[in-house]
Design a protein around this ligand. Structure first.
Ligand code: PMP
Length: 442
């Protein structure tokens, strides 16, 4: 009997024993193409020599030094590199161990900024429905996914949720993309005015929505309007790039494509690329200086913040992405993947939408294409496709349709940046086979 407490209790999982490029290998030698990088983590595949060497060298040199006493070379160098390429005025980096910690840090930083800036009434956070920002209580409170929230609701922090920018399902026929974007963004203004602008601390959103919607970018102009509204009412803009950041969408920071910069930005997953658990929160000098010149102490922290081995891995990952020109490669291969998906699944009667940016793509399954009606959640279509794809030798990330809206079951694809065109067409073949098998059985 295994003593590991698995996510799905009673699940019998294969044992992953080795990694080779874009593949994971189990105890029987079966190879699985990592079509979702786990959950958009393994952007460099599973056997990157530079990152492995950097981790080993750092362990040999010095494994750990607590940040109450020391900084470290890898943390300093990684922060410099992240800031050198960061949008807007982001110029300080707070390292953590993953995405939820980054989001928790961002929420607490926003609150502390307003306190030290003389606006203690600003405590209200606004997010979007059908969003996911992590599983710890604060980050779960921010998220707007009813299914994940329901049993923990009494523990959650009070929040407001506005509509996501989800053009495929929610733009009425006849409304232009621009008008839809402006109208949806203006929901933020309406909510700020409803709450009273002097009480609102921050708005949080993913530039390209990952897990809950399946690689959905906002329509052009949406985030520009969001930025204007935040500026007008003194509300901090937190962009959560835990999943979509670090080159995944064909930009180092996903928000570059929207032409805006946040006050606080979170990253994780692709930053450590699976070689180490690491996340980070970036903030502007204005926020940092307000605290530095006020109490001088960010009232937050975890034992492993700024872990030198994690930072060494992150540094090697970002160097590898930048020095090997992987970002243009992500753009080109992303376009190729989209074309392959459209060629194979574009006319499929149960594929409603294929979307995304870079190597971050989503395939939405529907019961009926014309009305865009999702499958009844009782069929568990996405979970069945995950299982069938796994049997084919493909790892893809399923999400059930949300029970609180018009979101259908979808499959998220986030293959390693190093995947070749041949490997990407193999991914599409395996996915299409799995979809057909599952739907034939329904
Ligand atoms: N934010 C977003 C956008 C995410 O996709 C996730 C993880 N799926 C998180 C936060 C939480 O990250 P972690 O699982 O590393 O805590």
């Amino acid at each position: 009997m295994s003593h590991v407490f698995p996510r799905h209790c009673n699940a019998t999982l294969p044992t992953a024993t080795a990694g080779d490029g874009c593949f994971l290998i189990d105890q029987d030698g079966k190879r699985y193409f990592d079509g979702s990088g786990g959950a958009a983590v393994s952007c460099l595949g599973h056997s990157n020599a530079r990152v492995r060497d950097a981790v080993k060298a750092q362990v040999d040199q010095m494994a750990f030094a607590h940040t109450s006493f020391f900084t470290s070379d890898p943390a300093e160098q990684l922060a410099d590199l992240l800031i050198e390429h960061a949008p807007g005025d982001l110029d300080r980096v707070y390292f953590v161990s993953g995405g939820s910690e980054a989001v928790e840090s961002a929420i607490k930083l926003a609150r502390q900024f307003h306190l030290e800036n003389g606006e203690p009434a600003r405590k209200h956070l606004i997010a979007r429905r059908q969003s996911y920002h992590g599983n710890t209580i604060g980050a779960l409170s921010a998220g707007g996914n009813a299914w994940r929230r329901q049993q923990f609701a009494p523990l959650l922090v009070e929040m407001s949720h506005i509509a996501p920018c989800y053009e495929y399902a929610e733009r009425p026929e006849g409304e232009s993309l621009e008008d839809y974007g402006q109208r949806t963004a203006n929901e933020l203004e309406a909510e700020i005015l409803r709450l009273g602008p002097e009480t609102v601390m921050a708005f949080i959103a993913e530039p390209v929505v990952g897990a809950t919607l399946g690689a959905v970018p906002a329509v052009p102009g949406y985030f520009k309007r969001i930025r204007e509204i935040c500026d007008q009412y003194g509300v901090l803009l937190i962009l959560d790039e835990v999943m979509c950041g670090m080159g995944r969408t064909g930009h180092l920071y996903a928000c570059e494509a929207d032409g805006i910069a946040p006050d606080i930005l979170t990253i994780a997953k692709g930053l450590g690329a699976g070689y180490q658990p690491i996340g980070a929160m970036l903030c502007t000098s204005q926020i940092y200086n307000t605290i530095a010149q006020g109490t001088g102490f960010f009232q937050h922290g975890h034992t492993y913040i700024g872990h030198p081995v994690a930072a060494a891995a992150g540094l090697a990952v970002v160097q590898e992405i930048l020095e090997n020109d992987l970002i243009p490669q992500v753009k080109a291969r992303g376009t190729y993947l989209q074309q392959q998906l459209e060629a194979r699944l574009g006319q499929h009667p149960h594929v409603g939408d294929i979307r995304g940016r870079g190597l971050f793509r989503g395939v939405e399954l529907v019961a009926d294409r014309d009305s865009k009606t999702p499958f009844d959640p009782k069929y568990g279509v996405a979970a069945k496709i995950k299982k069938a794809a796994f049997a084919e030798g493909l790892i893809c990330y399923p999400m059930p349709g949300a029970r609180d809206g018009r979101v259908g079951d979808h499959i998220l694809l986030a293959p390693p940046f190093i995947a070749s065109e041949a490997e990407l067409s193999g991914l599409v073949d395996m996915l299409a086979t799995a979809i057909d098998k599952v739907l034939a059985e329904l």
